[in-house]
Design a protein around this ligand. Structure first.
Ligand code: A3P
Length: 322
């Protein structure tokens, strides 16, 4: 990726010259509105901010990469689609024939990556429209203009998100290369210069947004979804404006949604075992262990200590813990 990238306009190239730049093993990065992007993603972010036309009922699912985006998409789809599919014909449920990423597109990774004016009807396959993003909140808000769209953020422990990103990146690498990639990814996470980093600023943008406007921004945690899935799914449904009725709760519907969206169930579906995104990423690479604390198997005590100290320093006084 370089400044000659075909998808980067002259205007964006000029903008990039005025921005802080850096690079990692995958390409050149620039810092726009406090967040690091590869150049072609920055173009997509700008395309989104300039051209997206929100509808008041739109819902945006946001996260830092590898924080459980796939899971949040699945749960949101299941909540919104439940009246259509649970009682009549459960086998036609969209989650059984498509991956959550095929149903809920990313603004800057899918819709606006190749064109500034995508055909939105091709992308939004749900009603209300569900979209997703890895951009921080202030950048998303520019694209949403003043629309009251609801935004859900799923936050995950930084060390688990790091290990998950490393696995995703190293799927086809041998062990020796993978080890050195982990070291350089760790340093990038710690310095904040990594795709969509700094992690703490990303989470803080949504944390502050949820405190300022709790009706518009919901702050959720991967770890809480793991320990109390039904409570959190109920909370999500209420926030989205689709609360469960007493009858639905008594019929065990929340449990069924949790089960439908479980890693075990989704990863076992044919579409997720064999399908790919339009960018040729295997759907199965979005499902791995789904555990809390898996980082303990990979990071040394020194690494743990270093990252914990950085986080403590960066979050001081915010009330947020990561
Ligand atoms: P691990 O690599 O730690 O297993 P994203 O969806 O943002 O790309 O995040 C991927 C992470 O979420 C992976 O974490 C993956 O296993 C986990 N994940 C995917 N689907 C899940 C589900 N239904 N339930 C719990 N975790 C899930």
């Amino acid at each position: 990726m370089n400044l000659r990238d075909d998808n980067v306009s002259e205007e964006t190239k000029n903008l990039i010259f005025s921005l802080p730049t850096d690079e990692d093993s995958q390409g050149k990065l620039c810092k726009y509105q406090g967040c690091w992007y590869y150049y072609n993603t920055l173009q997509a972010v700008i395309n989104f901010q300039t051209n997206f036309q929100p509808q008041d009922t739109d819902i945006v699912l946001a996260s830092f990469p590898k924080s459980g985006t796939t899971w949040l998409k699945a749960l949101s789809i299941a909540i919104l689609e439940r009246s259509k599919h649970h009682s009549s014909d459960p086998l036609t449920h969209p989650l059984l024939s498509d991956n959550p990423h095929g149903i809920v597109p990313f603004f800057e990774i899918d819709m606006y990556l190749q064109t500034a004016t995508p055909d939105l009807t091709r992308f939004s396959k749900s009603s209300p429209r569900l979209f997703s993003t890895h951009m921080p909140l202030h950048t998303v808000k520019e694209g949403l203009k003043d629309s009251p769209c609801k935004v859900v953020y799923l936050c995950r422990n930084i060390k688990d998100a790091l290990i998950s990103r490393w696995y995703f990146r190293c799927k086809y690498q041998n062990k020796e290369v993978a080890g050195s990639i982990l070291e350089s990814m760790f340093e990038s996470f710690c310095s904040g210069v990594s795709f969509y980093g700094p992690f703490w600023d990303h989470a803080l943008s949504y944390w502050s947004g949820s405190l300022e406007n709790p009706k518009q921004v919901l702050f959720m945690r991967y770890e809480e979804l793991k320990t109390e899935p039904c409570v959190q799914v109920k909370r999500l449904a209420e926030f989205l404006g689709y609360p469960f009725t007493k009858e639905e709760e008594e019929s065990g519907l929340i449990n069924k949604i949790v089960e439908l969206c479980s890693l075990r169930n989704l990863s076992g579906l044919e579409v997720n075992k064999t399908g790919k995104t339009w960018m040729n990423v295997d759907y199965d690479s979005y499902f791995r262990k789904g555990e809390v604390g898996d980082w303990k198997n990979y990071l040394t005590p020194e690494m743990e200590n270093k990252i914990d100290m950085i986080i403590e320093e960066k979050l001081k006084g915010s009330g947020l813990r990561l």
